[in-house]
Ligand binder design. Structure first.
Ligand SMILES: [Zn+2]
Length: 184
């Protein structure tokens, strides 16, 4: 169920999840007076990807007001205008980002409805059903999918070792002159 958030009331730093803020997801080119539509499933899956890939997520585009969507040449009725889509990349910097193909495979792993692979970003959306495409040039090419992501192995649990009994340390009490006055 898509929810509505007020950017004006909550502020850009409002957290939609552990690592994703309302400001990052809200529409660019808008003053915040319109509600920001957010599908919680979209945010949850992007957060899952962020955790699996172990790299910060960056939003080229999240929610788009109808006006902003038209301004950037988005398809009318785009899932971006419903708060159900995002264009994202992962990494500390764009130059050393997680490869686009790997990000698409991870999006497949978390079972997004729609996944699009672009040079430099991926599109993900929570449409019902399944749609996969890539956009190498100016054409969209429908593809079967991006399978093959292998999640990182969980760390081995620390072996539980019984602590060795502490060696008895003799306690010696010396008087100020240095003579041993007691040994326990
Ligand atoms: Zn998109």
């Amino acid at each position: 169920m898509v929810k509505q958030y007020s950017l004006v009331k909550l502020g850009r730093g409002y957290k939609l999840s552990k690592n994703i803020t309302l400001g990052e997801f809200a529409s660019k080119g808008a003053d915040g007076s319109e509600p920001t539509l957010v599908d919680p499933e979209l945010i949850e899956k992007i957060q899952q990807m962020r955790d699996l890939l172990g790299a910060p997520v960056h939003f080229n585009s999240g929610f788009r007001t109808v006006k902003h969507n038209a301004a950037v040449g988005g398809v009318a009725g785009s899932y971006h205008t419903k708060g159900m889509a995002a264009d994202i990349w992962f990494g500390n910097t764009f130059a050393d980002r997680i490869p686009d193909e790997e990000a698409a495979r991870c999006a497949e792993y978390v079972s997004f409805g729609g996944i699009g692979l672009y040079p430099g970003r991926i599109h993900v959306d929570t449409r019902p059903g399944r749609y996969r495409y890539r956009k190498p040039g100016k054409d969209y090419i429908t593809v079967a999918g991006f399978p093959g992501y292998v999640p990182p192995a969980a760390p081995e649990p620390e072996p539980i070792v019984d602590p060795a009994p502490a060696a008895a340390v003799p306690v010696r009490v010396l008087c100020r002159c240095g003579d041993l006055i007691e040994s326990l």
